[in-house]
Design a protein around this ligand. Structure first.
Ligand SMILES: Nc1ncnc2c1ncn2[C@@H]1O[C@H](COP(=O)(O)OP(=O)(O)O)[C@@H](O)[C@H]1O
Ligand SMILES: [Mg+2]
Length: 190
């Protein structure tokens, strides 16, 4: 389990401070820096990236997957078509999941076996509450057995609808903003 290390306030690494200072003025420099900064949701409490296409969103999912820990819950915020499921596809592929990732809009929850070399990560749970009527519907299909549990990584699209289920749990928040046709701003906070 993550224990005290996770709750300890973390300072922004020097590389990220430099990045912030430069990012508003020099987009090319920002992109260069991101390509070479090892990103971890555990070392950076805040991170923002502009992606230009679907593949870059998948790549970010893949990057995040490398620093996931046992019991993590990722909450994905953003409008329809913002890229949440696309992000999950990249993340899942990187976890060795070969099944096609389909949005659980109707099933509410899809479950996959993780096949990476990290033995502590066993199950990926993908929840989409877009069509959910009440939290109880999700409880009835056993979501509470997975949320934050050992061996499980849970990703929730539209977490706003199930705040009661996650209010006492530590979550990583990821915001997707639609900037233009293919451009998205993705912000990660923990
Ligand atoms: N940069 C981008 N990132 C993610 N998806 C993009 C991007 N540019 C265009 N798209 C398109 O937008 C749609 C995103 O769909 P999806 O990931 O299902 O969104 P959501 O799950 O947020 O509703 C897809 O059709 C995808 O091809
Ligand atoms: Mg979706």
């Amino acid at each position: 389990m993550r224990g005290g290390a996770f709750s300890r306030p973390l300072s922004v690494p020097p590389g990220m401070r430099l990045h912030r200072a430069l990012s508003l003025k020099n987009v090319a420099y920002r992109d260069f820096l991101f390509a070479f900064l090892p990103f971890s949701v555990y070392t950076c409490p805040y991170m923002e990236q502009i992606v230009q296409n679907e593949n870059e969103t998948k790549d970010l999912g893949q990057t995040i997957s490398t620093s996931l820990q046992d019991g993590d819950i990722l909450c994905l915020y953003g409008d329809l078509g913002a890229g949440k499921t696309t992000f999950v596809k990249g993340l899942a592929k990187s976890l060795g999941i070969t099944e096609e990732i389909l949005s659980p809009t109707f099933t509410l929850m899809n479950i996959y076996n993780i096949k990476t070399s990290k033995p502590e990560l066993r199950t990926l749970v993908h929840i989409d509450t877009y069509r959910l009527k009440t939290e109880n519907d999700l409880k009835e299909i056993g979501a509470e057995d997975y949320l934050g549990q050992p061996g499980v990584v849970t990703i929730i699209e539209w977490p706003e609808k199930i705040m009661g289920l996650i209010e006492n749990k530590k979550v990583i928040k990821i915001y997707f903003e639609h900037l233009s046709n293919h451009e998205r701003k993705i912000t990660i906070e923990r």
